[in-house]
Design a protein around this ligand. Sequence first.
Ligand code: 5GP
Ligand code: ZN
Length: 139
Amino acid sequence: MSNCIFCKIVRGELPCEKLYEDDSVLAFMDIGPIVKGHALVIPKAHHDPLTDVPTELLGKIMTVVQRIARAQRDGLGADGVNIHQANGKAAGQEVWHTHFHVIPRFANDGHSWNWRAQKYEQREEMQALAGKIRGALPS
Ligand code: 5GP
Ligand code: ZN
């Protein structure tokens, strides 16, 4: 993908602060960290959306996500880690090359999620939604 920023990073046409790479996965620092130390993990090949990433490759990406999270814990002394993946415009995705955010968390780091837990008024509503998801699960 010639215009994709993350493909340009993979090709070395744009700089990045690299953390790790292998044949298929690259991890680097996010230039706009929501908490300092925030990293991104991407497949080197252009895939988007997440639902189109080949499963074997996704396994390799997640292995690197876990390694970066461990390194943030051990190297930065992170008290916790958030993994975030925006998939689609409605989910806030801005770069259209699948990526995982690995965000180190510290007590009093000043970040908080705008997480509004809603309620199902009727259990049937949840059951109906669950039924639709189960019915659409690929075999
Ligand atoms: P999204 O909103 O798509 O999940 O996240 C895109 C992320 O990519 C943002 O956190 C943003 O800071 C990061 N980002 C955008 N452009 C660049 C870049 O050129 N270099 C790096 N290292 N990160 C970038
Ligand atoms: Zn790309």
